[in-house]
Ligand binder design. Structure first.
Ligand code: DX5
Ligand code: ZN
Length: 221
């Protein structure tokens, strides 16, 4: 199954976002991961639909993977769809009708994703697989970049992979060339990395190392 690599915009230089988006695209990422935080569902506040619109403007061909860490994401999915989201991901733990919100995201013409916090049982996603195009397993507690990978969070991803072989199974938080292979072995095929990529002396070189670290044995990334 195709592997995908997504930089998290949260770790990019806020003063040079357009430059950061362009250099990520030039390095060969598959989509931009945009973390949206409301200061309620998570303690931090980031940005809103304008950041998605900026990505669309400066890199129209680069898909926009929008991770909503919002108490009530249902109120905002339309604004993010209008701003140019390709995929909209909502948390299973948020305070809204999650099934209805996933269906609404698809009705708006976007791909729908379900996010699970590290302590939410992976099995709870099994009943929702038909409503999702992507599952995102948090491998840190959401809210901040630069945290340490929680290894036990990837246990159980194999059950999702087995139940839906074509589904995008993504991991987010503490992803490096040391932790990505652990997640890949557990069943993940998409990897979000913030500080590892944007914090590296060379984004391009870090992306190459990340791809190499989890390429299936005997294949070239
Ligand atoms: C955490 C965010 C992540 C985070 C990843 O709430 O969802 O996308 O920015 O950053 P790193 O890769 O630095 O852990
Ligand atoms: Zn994220």
């Amino acid at each position: 199954m195709k592997q995908m690599f997504l930089p998290s915009l949260l770790a990019a230089d806020l003063g040079n976002l357009a430059f950061e988006i362009r250099r990520a695209e030039a390095a060969g990422v598959d989509a931009m991961h945009i973390d949206v935080m409301d200061g309620v569902f998570v303690p931090n506040i980031s940005y809103g639909p304008a950041a998605v619109a900026l990505c669309r403007k400066v890199a129209p061909a680069l898909p926009r993977n929008v991770h909503l860490m919002l108490e009530d994401p249902a109120r905002h999915v339309e604004a993010f769809a209008k701003a140019g989201a390709t995929t909209i991901l909502v948390h299973a733990e948020s305070r809204c009708d999650v099934g209805a919100t996933l269906r609404r995201i698809r009705a708006l013409g976007c791909r729908a994703g379900l996010v699970l916090n590290p302590d939410t049982p992976v099995s709870s996603a099994l009943e929702r697989l038909a409503e999702c195009d992507e599952i995102l397993r948090m491998t840190v507690y959401p809210g901040f970049g630069g945290q340490k990978f929680i290894g036990r969070a990837v246990e159980g991803l194999g059950a999702i992979r087995a139940a839906a072989p074509e589904l995008v199974v993504m991991v987010d938080g503490g992803i490096t060339d040391e932790t990505a292979p652990i997640a890949a072995a557990a069943g993940a095929n998409a990897f979000v990395a913030g500080s590892y990529l944007f914090g590296a002396p060379s984004f391009e070189e870090a992306l190459r190392r990340l791809k190499e670290s989890c390429a299936p044995k005997g294949t070239e990334p």
